[in-house]
Write a protein that binds this ligand. Structure first.
Ligand SMILES: C[S@@+](CC[C@H](N)C(=O)[O-])C[C@H]1O[C@@H](n2cnc3c(N)ncnc32)[C@H](O)[C@@H]1O
Length: 243
């Protein structure tokens, strides 16, 4: 990418925009986020025999730790932006926030518990080098197949309706528009000794479809179909474990 992704989120204006506009109540992002919270809060107790230690890579404002409040033994968030972590503290995120240098995040592992590693809204807009930083971190937290699970969000699945926007829609030049396919994710996982064990979709439609007059239809259809049609969802969370 031409821009320095890590630097962008160190700017307090970008942090305000992310927390107060992108995730303002009622926005597309916040509706998708609350669906993710519902799913996560069902998934984690089913997937783990005991509450796991949560390690949130690129935790930002602590969105995932707040979704998992009470479902994990403790959350550790790791991020390169003090401004994002400050916003996370303002939002009363549970657990510990660790300010790290790029490539130097290292999980605070508790060997007596399984680990849950999450990376939400990160892989889509970064280059391979940063994706590798995430996977090195996940490998340290999850040294073998019994150590726990990795959850990675892709909010720009290539095999989704969103792809049509690239082909036929108007794109704002100031906006990032990346796409990431299931195969690219599989390849990333495989290169780091992980295997994909599942995926969960949260919306088939795009942001524009959540505006009037068809918003009621998109929300209702997503509520019923995004999960069974996960493979074609715009926003997907992948579940992976170490081989
Ligand atoms: C789009 S935000 C996502 C925040 C959070 N995961 C969420 O889903 O709301 C991306 C985050 O990645 C962080 N970041 C950027 N480069 C990083 C790196 N090299 N290591 C760790 N975090 C990084 C940014 O500071 C920012 O907080």
């Amino acid at each position: 990418m031409a821009i320095n992704y890590t630097e962008v989120f160190r700017n307090p204006n970008a942090v305000e925009k992310y927390a107060e506009r992108t995730y303002a109540p009622g926005t597309f992002a916040s509706i998708v986020s609350s669906r993710q919270a519902g799913w996560l809060r069902g998934f984690v107790p089913n997937a783990f025999g005991m509450k796991p230690t949560h390690h949130d890579f690129a935790c930002g404002t602590g969105r995932v730790a707040r979704m998992l409040a009470g479902m994990v033994a403790v959350s550790h968030g790791y991020d390169t932006s003090e401004a994002m972590l400050q916003k996370s503290r303002e939002l009363c995120t549970p657990g510990y926030a660790h300010l790290v240098d790029p490539g130097l995040a290292f999980p605070d592992v508790d060997p007596s518990r399984p680990a849950l590693v999450t990376a939400f809204r990160f892989v889509l807009n970064v280059d391979l080098y940063l994706r590798d930083q995430l996977m090195d971190f996940a490998s340290a937290a999850l040294p073998d197949s019994d150590a726990g699970l990795l959850l990675v969000e892709n909010h720009g699945n290539t095999d989704s309706l969103r792809h049509l926007r690239k082909r036929f829609g108007r794109l704002d030049a100031s906006m990032w528009f990346q796409e990431l396919s299931h195969q690219e994710i599989r390849d990333l996982f495989a290169r780091h000794g992980f295997e994909l064990v599942g995926m969960q979709g949260f919306t088939l439609f795009t942001q524009g479809c959540y505006r009037a007059p068809w918003s009621w239809f998109s929300k209702a259809a997503d509520g019923a179909l995004a999960s069974p049609l996960s493979k074609w969802a715009t926003d997907v969370v992948y579940i992976a474990r170490r081989r």
